[in-house]
Ligand binder design. Structure first.
Ligand SMILES: C[S@@+](CC[C@H](N)C(=O)[O-])C[C@H]1O[C@@H](n2cnc3c(N)ncnc32)[C@H](O)[C@@H]1O
Ligand code: SF4
Ligand code: SF4
Length: 344
């Protein structure tokens, strides 16, 4: 079985919201939006397939935006994916979903549809727009009825950290299939995530017990411990153990940057990670992704450069979130600002 390679593909910036924290609009909420045209989309798709052929990987596409459904060639792209028998995930908004649309998505091979929930009603609607909270919860049912897995993602910051337990209760009550959270990555506007390391550890501890309680009750929601600092938490608790046969120099887990994902923007820019500001490594209209991977991407795989993690026994399993670190300090290899571990 070949290893998957994930392409987070932003086909358009077009969006019905202008969220306060969004990396697309943080610098200028009225900026012109980019979108790929059909020829560019088709060429990009084959560039990705070429990459996977060269490196023996299986492509997996996370189609996103903006709201990807607003792209005029959205369905045409899904048809192209289907013709190659490539299932995919959509990261989008709730506003243009209904039962018929969800059934159509399923027919084209959509496995998961990810929606965002950034707090309880007042907070979420403040980040996003009035009515967004209720619409998001309502559309979980549409997605599920079509046989697609509904994923709820929360972007955690100082603004909503206290509401996460209530968010978990809400998404489990609405029957979301997967719940995860990731941290706000500082953009040029707001440099601080507003969370101390102690507060973040407390959040993981609280969530760990809530997840356990729901699992014991037979709750069907899968809690995806996406943030790599979960490894630190579970290591301290004795739940995660460093394998005895682990070999030096091999990255067994942790941040995927430079290992198994890349991001493509609507203007063709290829990024090491969408969350890492200024991580442009090429442009898919001009560059062969397979070449970029061994040239420009090399700078994201110098594990000895991690200022704190390189001295930590969890280097091969964690590395925190370099996007959060880089957003705060400008240095991808700086210490994760929420990592609470003392490393000497
Ligand atoms: C760019 S959106 C596209 C999909 C859809 N429009 C949505 O909001 O879910 C994908 C994810 O990126 C998250 N995101 C946007 N800006 C971010 C930032 N500065 N730091 C961390 N996550 C961010 C959003 O909250 C959302 O969960
Ligand atoms: S809905 Fe998604 S893409 Fe649109 S502004 Fe909000 S986070 Fe950004
Ligand atoms: S120092 Fe780095 S590898 Fe170690 S726990 Fe912190 S973030 Fe993870």
């Amino acid at each position: 079985m070949k290893e998957y390679f994930a392409f987070q593909w932003h086909i358009t910036d077009e969006c019905d919201q202008r969220c306060k924290h969004c990396y697309i609009f943080s610098e200028d909420s009225s900026r012109n939006t980019d979108a790929m045209n059909w020829n560019q989309m088709r060429d990009t798709f084959y560039n990705c397939l070429d990459f996977c052929k060269v490196y023996g990987r299986l492509p997996y596409f996370y189609i996103t935006g903006g709201d990807p459904i607003l792209h005029p060639d959205f369905w045409r792209l899904l048809s192209l994916l289907k013709s190659h028998e490539l299932p995919f995930t959509i990261l989008g908004n709730p506003f243009h979903l209904n039962d018929a649309v969800c059934r159509r998505l399923k027919m084209y091979g959509c496995q998961k549809y990810q929606l965002s929930l950034d707090g309880m009603r007042e907070t979420h609607d403040w980040f996003r727009k009035p009515g967004s909270f209720d619409c998001t919860l309502e559309k979980i049912g549409c997605i599920k009825r079509a046989g697609i897995r509904s994923v709820i993602m929360t972007t955690v910051s100082g603004m909503n950290i206290k509401e996460i337990p209530a968010v978990i209760d809400t998404v489990t009550a609405y029957g979301a299939d997967v719940f995860a959270f990731a941290r706000y990555c500082p953009t040029s506007e707001e440099k601080d995530t507003g969370i101390s390391p102690k507060e973040y550890r407390e959040l993981l501890d609280t969530c760990y017990h809530i997840f356990k309680k729901y699992e014991a009750e037979g709750c069907s929601t899968y809690f995806n411990k996406k943030d790599h600092l979960w490894t630190l938490y579970e290591y301290e608790k004795g739940i995660f153990k460093i394998p005895e046969d682990a070999k030096d120099g091999i990255m067994y887990g942790g941040c995927n940057c430079g290992n198994c994902h890349m991001t493509i923007l609507p203007n063709g820019d290829l990024y090491a990670c969408r969350r890492v500001q200024n991580s442009k490594v090429g442009n898919v209209y001009q560059d062969r992704i397979a070449d970029v991977w061994v040239c420009q991407m090399e700078q994201y795989r110098d594990y000895t450069k991690f200022e704190k993690c390189a001295k930590c026994e969890l280097l091969a399993y964690c590395r925190g979130c370099p996007a959060v670190a880089g957003g705060k300090s400008g240095n991808f290899y700086a210490a994760d600002p929420q990592c609470w571990k003392e490393v000497i």
